[in-house]
Ligand binder design. Structure first.
Ligand code: ADP
Ligand code: ASP
Ligand code: MG
Length: 845
């Protein structure tokens, strides 16, 4: 039956695609640009027209005057005609046809009013005009644009049977009609333009295929003509993970299995007519594509099943969700039903005879009750049919009652991989419980393709958003039932500490006996970023380390992306990451990047002092953002590198103690420098060696100026109640006045100019049996940092290398302060401090 070549495309344009003249012009160019040698176009009524026609028909039935509305509809169509330039002489027949259609509509209104009742047959005959008029208009517009196109009456091609308003196509008869009517046209190179939604019944009447029926017309024609592609042109990028009007972060699904798409359509996804996929068959691709971006991929609905991974379980079993509003639950309950066969069958039989379609069935294994979800519009008829069918049981009290519960909605979670994947239901109900949504009924099909829950109608939107976010359907790679336990780390700043941290995380996870606790998914520098949602392997990190050490920016390495940090965060966050953490190991003003990370759901770990030691209002804003987003921020490495300083203050405070004063040497850099000079090394040599060991900030004047220590003092101060700015910290700078503003390289070249002054200062101290230390003193009221000469026998004097020293005077440790001493500078200990925070957040410490 298939004739594969030449390729034929069926294009379907819905209401939105035909909203106005501009939209219609766009449609004509889409058709013109399709390279397929054979084309068929299906058109639905223009935007909102079917609804308006239905309204008019109802008004006519209740004897209201409708002439004005019909005139307005006519004007709207004429205006489009005019603005496409179809009102010239050559289009007189088209204008005549439009006039005929509107005369006919007026005539039908008189008939309806006379009959005093709107029959389904009349409704069909009435609304069918909307799609017909649009198709005529489109055919003329296509012709005017150079496409050889002709309008074809849908009733000459589409044969359908079943109830008015919801008829089903007859494939065999439609095939015959299409071969007779459409095929010769197509073979002649003509593009037939067929109104969607409409068919002809065996009685010769116009029937409609149900709301949104032009989707079905398109797949039907695709099938009977063995089309290669059926393209439904929509106002959305394709089929999305949820209704975008309800769930704003719904995402495009690039490929979807036909069974999944059917399920979504059946359970209310407006984007596809519920029965449109029945007509699809292997060999034809069904594509949903945005008319606003004709080159976009859109969604392809495939008949072949997606390959499963070797484990037999799909990692991302959940594809999408949808909802049907205005549902009513009918419950047949009673003790007399237990063990009695045939109750369900009789119930469904009765509902079928009443023409009610059941969206959901649920029966507890006790068989005490059966409940069924049906459209509220059918509730009265359905309840009456059941009462009738079970009249005898009701009289004998074997059935207590037929309960009717309106104002509900059915939400369906859909995905082929749900079969055999544990945890889907748990996550679904967990999400609803967290949102405070009460579940009225539950059903899971045996195919496990779908889990449906019935909720109160007013909860439906919140429930959809909660489920969508629980399965992270808004993210690339979302849809997993069980989320991994490890943390995905994004390293901001790939200098010495960043590279050391990457190595430490990789080493840690290769050593960890249980599961991986943390992995690096991205590294970001000033130029751009490198990202892999599966984690960057140790080998890859090594290569990146090497590239960065050779001064290659990340944007220039293989698969590096050029971007500013905020863009990098946004791009990375589009993926379904596990407990994402942004680690800031830069020395820059990263406030806006941190804010972006928080808003994308990342926790923060800072080694960068600036965001916490800047203006107090910024530091407070950051803390507020962390709190309001329910995120966490750790920054142990901002003070004392890996030493547990912040942690100690927090533990003391949490246990009811109060830190009154912190005093110490929080600069490993200056400690090292003063120590080396104390041993007779010159200032310039000592500084160069500190830089070589990675003990200094990128510009060593940040250390020498005392500003780095001042920032630490401010961070500590803010933790114990000091309210002030960096300018309120008294700072003694070790950079000679004339050298403060020099460019870095000039400054480094002229370091030796300060050697003599330092030699003298160190000698003087030694003469007084003291040593020089750079000390910070912080209380609630003041913060100051500067050089002091301490007694050669004191504990501060005995600090060696990059050792830091902190003493905490608290209410409990008043006479004898609590002291923490240890190495406080260098990439290794700083990275270790960061790693510790990361692991804490990852939940393993
Ligand atoms: P047409 O113009 O072809 O008749 P519809 O308006 O019937 O198109 O369908 C498109 C609309 O469906 C979108 O504008 C969107 O609001 C709605 N919709 C509901 N669920 C989804 C979904 N899962 N994916 C895409 N769109 C959806
Ligand atoms: N015009 C019809 C309706 O609004 C068919 C369609 O749009 O697909 O339902
Ligand atoms: Mg539609």
């Amino acid at each position: 039956m298939r004739s594969p070549d030449p390729a034929l495309t069926v294009h379907k344009f819905g209401g939105a695609a035909l909203a106005d003249a501009a939209a219609i012009r766009r449609v004509t160019s889409i058709v013109a640009q399709d390279p397929a040698p054979q084309k068929v176009v299906v058109a639905s009524a223009m935007l909102g027209v079917t609804d308006e026609l239905l309204g008019v028909a109802h008004e006519a039935a209740s004897n209201e005057t409708v002439g004005g509305t019909i005139d307005a509809l006519r004007e709207r169509h004429l205006a489009v005609l005019h603005s496409i330039g179809l009102d010239g002489r050559s289009n007189t027949p088209l204008q005549a046809r439009l006039d005929e259609a509107f005369d006919e509509l007026r005539h039908l209104c008189v008939e309806i009013a006379k009959g005093g009742e709107l029959t389904p047959a009349m409704t069909d005959a009435f609304v069918a005009h909307g799609d017909r008029i649009a198709a005529r208009l489109l055919a003329a517009a296509l012709t005017a644009n150079g496409t050889v196109a002709e309008f074809v009456e849908a009733t000459d091609v589409v044969r359908a049977d079943g109830p008015h308003g919801n008829a089903s196509p007859d494939i065999e008869q439609t095939t015959q009609a299409a071969e007779k009517v459409l095929r010769p046209m197509i073979d002649r190179g003509v593009v037939p333009v067929v109104p969607g939604f409409i068919g002809r019944s065996p009685r010769g009447e116009v029937v409609t295929l149900g709301r949104g029926g032009s989707d079905l017309t398109a797949t039907l024609l695709g099938r009977v003509l063995a089309a290669r592609d059926v393209i439904l042109w929509k106002d959305v990028p394709g089929l999305l993970t949820a209704d975008p009007r309800v769930v704003p972060d719904a995402r495009l699904i690039p490929v979807l299995h036909v069974r999944e798409a059917s399920e979504l359509a059946y359970y209310g996804a407006k984007v596809l007519h519920p029965r449109s996929l029945i007509a699809l068959q292997a060999g034809t691709r069904l594509i949903i594509r945005p008319y606003a971006d004709p080159a976009a991929h859109g969604t392809e609905i495939v008949v072949e099943r997606e390959r499963k991974p070797a484990t037999g379980r799909t990692r991302r079993p959940v594809k999408a969700l949808t909802a049907i509003a205005d549902q009513t639950l009918l419950t047949i309950a009673g003790n007399g039903m237990v063990g009695v066969p045939g109750v369900a069958a009789r119930a469904f039989g009765a509902l079928e005879r009443a023409g009610v379609s059941v969206s959901l069935i649920s029966q507890a294994s006790s068989e005490h009750s059966i409940c069924m979800g049906i459209p509220t519009t059918a509730a009265n008829a359905a309840a009456a049919a059941l009462r009738d069918a079970f009249a005898a049981e009701l009289a004998r009290r074997e059935i207590d009652a037929i309960e009717v519960r309106p104002d509900l909605a059915t939400i369906a979670v859909v995905g082929l991989g749900m079969a055999g994947t544990p945890g889907v239901a748990a996550r679904l109900f967990g999400a609803l419980a967290d949102e405070g949504v009460n579940v009225v009924a539950i059903a899971q099909g045996a195919s496990e393709l779908n889990i449906s829950v019935v909720v109160e109608g007013r909860d439906a939107a919140a429930a959809q958003r909660a489920i969508h976010s629980a399965f992270r359907l808004g993210k690339i790679g979302g849809g997993a039932a069980v989320h991994p336990e490890h943390a995905d780390v994004v390293i901001l700043g790939f200098g010495q500490i960043g590279r050391e941290l990457a190595t430490q995380i990789a080493t840690h996870s290769s050593r960890a006996s249980e599961q991986v606790q943390a992995r690096v998914v991205a590294v970001v520098d000033r130029s751009g970023y490198v990202f892999d949602a599966r984690g960057l392997s140790s080998k890859r990190l090594e290569a990146l380390n090497a590239a960065k050490s050779a001064r290659t920016p990340l944007s220039s390495v293989r698969r590096g992306v050029r971007a500013i940090a905020e863009e990098a965060i946004a791009a990375i966050s589009a993926h379904a990451l596990s407990r994402p953490i942004l680690v800031d190991v830069t020395a820059g003003d990263t406030g806006s990047v941190l804010e972006a990370a928080l808003s994308h759901g990342m926790d923060l770990v800072l080694a960068n002092k600036r965001p916490l030691a800047g203006p107090e209002k910024d530091a407070r804003a950051l803390a507020n953002a962390v709190a309001s987003q329910g995120r966490r921020l750790l920054h142990e490495a901002t003070v004392g590198a890996g030493l547990p300083i912040i942690d100690t203050i927090q533990k003391l405070t949490e246990s009811g103690d109060q830190v009154l004063r912190i005093e110490g040497c929080p600069s490993g850099t200056l400690g090292y420098l003063l120590g080396e000079m104390g041993r007779g090394t010159s200032f310039s040599t000592a500084l160069h060696s500190a830089m070589k060991h990675g003990y200094t900030e990128p510009d060593p004047r940040d250390d020498l100026s005392g500003m780095d220590v001042a920032r630490k003092a401010l961070i500590l101060g803010r933790l114990i109640g000091f309210s002030g700015e960096l300018t309120d910290v008294q700072v003694e700078s070790l950079v000679p006045e004339p050298m403060r503003e020099l460019p870095l390289d000039v400054f480094l070249n002229r370091l030796h100019e300060a050697d003599e002054m330092w030699e003298q200062r160190v000698r003087e101290a030694r003469d007084h049996r003291t040593v020089l230390r750079y000390r910070a003193t912080v209380t609630k009221r003041e913060a100051r940092v500067g050089i002091v000469a301490v007694d050669a026998s004191s504990s501060l004097a005995s600090l060696a290398g990059t050792d830091n020293h902190f003493s905490f005077t608290t209410r409990r440790y008043r006479a004898n302060p609590l002291v923490i001493t240890g190495p406080g500078a260098g990439a290794a200990v700083t990275a270790a401090g960061v790693l510790n925070d990361v692991l804490k957040l990852a939940g393993t410490r």
